[in-house]
Ligand binder design. Sequence first.
Ligand SMILES: Cc1ncc(COP(=O)(O)O)c(C=O)c1O
Length: 400
Amino acid sequence: MPFLSATLDRVKPSPTIAVTTRAQELKAMGRDVIGLGAGEPDFDTPENIREAGIRAIREGKTRYTAVDGIPELKRAICQKFDRENGLVYQPAQVTVGTGGKQVLYNALMATLNLGDEVIIPAPYWVSYPDMVLLAGGVPVFVAAGPEAGFKITPEQLEAAITPRTKWLIFNSPSNPTGAGYTAAEIKGLTDVLLRHPQVWVMADDMYEHLVFDDFRFATPAQVEPALYERTLTVNGVSKAYAMTGWRIGYAAGPVPLIRAMGKIQSQSTSNPCSISQWAAVEALTGPQDFLGPNRALFQGRRDLVVGMLNEAAGVRCPKPEGAFYVYPDISGCIGKVSRGGTAIETDEDFATALLDETGVAVVFGAAFGLSPAFRVSYATSDAQLREACARIQDFCAGLG
Ligand SMILES: Cc1ncc(COP(=O)(O)O)c(C=O)c1O
């Protein structure tokens, strides 16, 4: 009898780890490596939020809390949904977990039976398919390439739904493409879902505050109130408030689902860190004035990166609506050979050769389910971005 669980055979190790490990090895060897792989803001948590965490420690708010969040945070989350999304939730409809990641995982564990299908638009955030598989479900991918603005159409959604479909995982703005769906585009999808009462929506709004130009963020439960009873709206403080290490995410939805998610959490991690919960109360209820300049900063970086990557031979980089990622298409680079002699047959070859020959670390598209492409996280300084993009241009110019 094998000691390790058969469940492990269903999931693959994170495909991004190979690139990260290689980048670390090169750094340790003294090479000048620029990492464009990390999915987190490159600055510290705002001062008022850090102070709230310190205050919580001083005041002895260091014990177990209610499993799925302190009442003060649940109230702050309800106010946030009302204020920013026009969604009315009661605290009993809210759950708080150790990052949005745990919240998504709880929801899938609490709802999926063996063979239940979950629709995942591709390219996707790397964790969705494997979380579905861990929970015994079947990921059903719907391809949304650059020609479609990385967005699925109502027709594609309709075609992917079967009697076994339980969820649509909907992520806008998206990791890895930055694509954001307008309210009208969301309505097209929710109209389809109205015809299929067995399908619920898991809306991952993690990048809500990182939207550019005149793009207006919208979320399914707000666009289609008739879906309120079968929508789980997931969000968190990681990206908007530069709080990735604090590990606080949350969701709101129907009470029976929220209770079921709490049950999973009660027998796994219990409450998220008490100190982080108090810091999150401050994040959601304190001054929000840094969000605007933050958006402007990321918009400037997006424009810089899109501009420079589009000047690289064989690269086509769409301009996304939000998040801090771009997802350039590299069809024009496939089939060529790098100066260092690597044959570029796949986007993984491209990313590996780029790292080895120029020291720029990006994540290859196959990791996110759509090739040939790579993901750039532009959550780093303008100077680093300029240098990295110049190296990518030079690398591409050398492909022959
Ligand atoms: C699309 C998306 N959802 C959820 C998460 C989870 O974030 P956290 O667990 O830090 O709240 C991430 C983080 O990278 C993400 O990109």
